[in-house]
Design a protein around this ligand. Sequence first.
Ligand code: C2E
Ligand code: MG
Ligand code: MG
Ligand code: MG
Length: 282
Amino acid sequence: AAKSAGRGGYRFAGGPLDRMSRERLAMEQGMREALRQGEFWLAYQPQLDLHDGHVLGAEALLRWRSPSMGELSPGRFIPVAEESGLIVPIGVYVLEQACRDACAWPETMAVAVNLSALQFASGDIVATVEAALAASGLPAQRLELELTESLLLSDAATVAAAVERLRALGVRFSIDDFGTGYSSLTALRRLAVSRLKIDRSFVMGILDEREDRAIVEAVIQLGRGLGLRIIAEGAEQPEQLELLRELGCDEVQGYVFARPMPAAALLEWLPQVVNASPSGSR
Ligand code: C2E
Ligand code: MG
Ligand code: MG
Ligand code: MG
């Protein structure tokens, strides 16, 4: 509980909460500075066709190189960015940078960008995407936006309207971390998405856990029935790939092929895989 601390301020009763909110505030201020100073950067993780090994695209994953806190993963700072509203300007950076970077890739490759609910609620996501595409020259067909189930739940009508307008431009959508949220089936009926991403937590257990395997199998069947492509995230072992392929999964993204890497490293990584695939490069 807050107590009046004189001088017009409030003092919080000491303890862990106190320190947590101070850390949070420091991180928020750090992020504002980071945007101005260019401390954010994007790592890219390839997404491959499970049948012929072709590289279909890459997912843009936000990173923050902080001078004071070091290299930070999104799990640590995205929640603060979302609570503070900073995810909106940060999201503009991500879209612009991702579209620009993707222009250097083979034309057959798409870039996948993660979106937060707030980008729909308080940012003009349609205008932001249009501007990022226009500024980079990337065809809309090469951009895929990843939505989580909780995002779809947040403000269904607003999200649906924006998705429809972006789809009309040619942008595609996928549902991220599928199976971990609440609105899965309703969202699938309502929105025209093209891809389901099976969450890593299920993929991790497919070899040893009967339940995980059953869930993955069911999601693949569901996706097939709906005419959607299925991508498994977080595959780390060749044996998982084998089983995923057997179960009818279409695509995969995971450490087994590549970890997220800087844009320049992706360009070096690319030709090897493209040339090694049985159907060759374009
Ligand atoms: P996500 O969208 O589900 O991204 C996949 C996460 O799984 C990434 O973590 C990736 O590095 C990790 N991953 C992929 N393959 C493997 C694997 O084989 N093993 C393991 N252990 N991990 C694997 P990352 O980069 O830490 O991102 C975490 C989450 O942060 C993302 O989950 C996404 O929800 C969020 N995020 C990242 N970038 C952005 C962004 O630009 N905007 C927003 N709104 N969220 C972002
Ligand atoms: Mg994602
Ligand atoms: Mg995911
Ligand atoms: Mg995930």
